[in-house]
Design a protein around this ligand. Structure first.
Ligand SMILES: NC(=O)c1ccc[n+]([C@@H]2O[C@H](COP(=O)([O-])OP(=O)(O)OC[C@H]3O[C@@H](n4cnc5c(N)ncnc54)[C@H](O)[C@@H]3O)[C@@H](O)[C@H]2O)c1
Length: 428
């Protein structure tokens, strides 16, 4: 790949991680971009990359340093938008790919944002609440110069939540000298957050999965669902499928893999996760010792909603499902995509499937600017409409051009991004 792509000097060509997958996805869409393909290099280079040192004093008096990143991949269509991840394995290449997928996602559902993402290389489970607050505030302060309501708007991602967003908003506002609620989304309701935001990504996954199921004649009542990741995205999606009459036959998170052919009591499992911070120890299901068994479990809909690169050339061939709906960002590698396509598995890509979160983030940002807040019904109705319309448009392109849903979504999105790029022109 390094021969065909200009790899920046700050990346190692043989350790591109998910950025390598992203570059391959761009290669796959390029033949469909017509005259806009002359701009395609724009998509292969992040606009702005910031690496910061995040030093904090731990409760025991020692000083700890953590690596932090904020990447703005593309801002041709509007300010940067994308979450902040706290995880011990976060790397620059990971944040770059997540930022790039945000550019594609925002353009797929046509919200007026570019793509950005941030992360801190820290395991938040090892921190006290006070230490977590110090990491959040110092990180926010370090990236302060490139974020803002009109510049780049962070949101929650893995291991960050409403409280972390409240601290980020407060830190930014303290530095500014006035309250700027619109600097982050996914805030608590009492600080300008939006009703419906917490459930939005899982809800979007459910809406899109229902649309896909309808198109292949799969009835949701009785359908077998397997969910990897039982956090914000996977947990909410599982609940909505359960309430629609489907059976959650398998669940996996960092702590365990559960199998229940008759269906899990999803509400009880969610309560268990809230109390124990994981699915391990949940009664009423068989626990599988080998995590690799999860992807071999037969289902009708499989929802990866944990981390990227979970479905690879190694395990894709063993997957027995009809539809994969990507709740996580980048869970399927391009090589796995090819195997799944060959095996007739319909893959609904992340850039459509999990766009519900950023869609309601967009609603939150608009509500903050206008200081006028909508009801939860209004939010959900608008969300459902955006998701259905985006899915419809992508499905149609896929049918017309005989391409996968992923390539179809990239055709829709990259055309929008590069059209904006071309209209704006190069400065100077
Ligand atoms: N939260 C959002 O609004 C949102 C929006 C779009 C996309 N996403 C993506 O969805 C995914 C999940 O995000 P989230 O917000 O639900 O995070 P979360 O922190 O709430 O949950 C993450 C889940 O993944 C599980 N997990 C972690 N490592 C695992 C492993 N090795 N194997 C199996 N499970 C593992 C965790 O146990 C947890 O259940 C991420 O890829 C994220 O980028 C989130």
């Amino acid at each position: 790949m390094s021969e065909r792509h200009a790899i920046p000097s700050y990346l190692q060509p043989d350790a591109l991680g998910p950025w390598g997958s992203y570059l391959q996805q761009i290669d796959r869409v390029t033949p469909y971009l017509g005259h806009l393909s002359r701009w395609v290099e724009t998509l292969k280079r992040p606009k702005r990359v910031m690496i910061v040192d995040v030093p904090i004093q731990l409760d025991n008096g020692t000083i700890a340093h953590f690596e932090g990143y904020r990447v703005q991949h593309n801002v041709s269509r509007g300010p940067g938008k994308g979450g902040v991840r706290f995880h011990q394995d976060v790397t620059l290449t990971e944040v770059m790919s997540l930022a790039a997928w945000m550019s594609v996602k925002n353009a797929t559902v046509n919200v007026p944002f570019g793509g950005a993402k941030g992360g801190v290389r820290v395991d938040p489970r090892t921190l006290s609440r006070a230490e977590l607050e110090r990491v959040t505030r110092r990180y926010t302060s370090e990236i302060n110069v490139i974020i803002g309501p009109n510049t780049d708007i962070p949101a929650p991602d893995v291991n960050t939540n409403e409280q972390v967003m409240a601290w980020m908003m407060d830190t930014y506002s303290q530095n500014l000298g006035r309250t700027a609620t619109g600097v982050v989304t996914g805030k608590p309701i009492s600080l300008g957050g939006s009703l419906g935001r917490r459930d939005a990504t899982g809800r979007g996954v459910f809406v899109v999965a229902s649309e896909a199921a309808r198109r292949i004649g799969l009835e949701l009542p009785g359908a077998r669902i397997a969910v990897q990741g039982f956090g914000n995205v996977g947990g909410v999606a599982a609940r909505l499928f359960h309430d629609a009459g489907a059976k959650i036959v398998a669940a996996q998170d960092h702590s365990a893999t559960l199998y229940a052919p008759g269906g899990l009591d999803t509400h009880a499992l969610l309560a268990h996760v809230a109390e124990h911070r994981g699915i391990a120890g949940f009664p009423g299901a068989e626990t599988l010792d080998d995590p690799a068994e999860f992807f071999k479990i037969e289902s009708d809909i499989l929802i990866p909603a944990a981390l990227e690169e979970q479905i690879t050339a190694q395990n894709a061939g063993a997957i027995r499902t009809r539809i994969i709906v990507e709740g996580a960002n980048g869970p399927t590698t391009p090589a796995a995509d090819d195997i799944l396509q060959e095996n007739g598995v319909l893959v609904i890509p992340d850039v459509v499937a999990n766009a519900g979160g950023v869609t309601v983030s967009y609603f939150e940002w608009v509500q903050d600017f206008s200081s006028f807040f909508w009801s939860e019904d209004e939010i959900n109705q608008r969300l459902d409409r955006v998701m259905r319309e985006a899915f419809d448009a992508v499905w149609q392109v896929s049918v017309d051009k005989h391409v996968t849903i992923r390539t179809a979504a990239y055709i829709v999105a990259c055309t929008r991004i590069l059209e904006a790029r071309e209209l704006r022109g190069l400065y100077p």
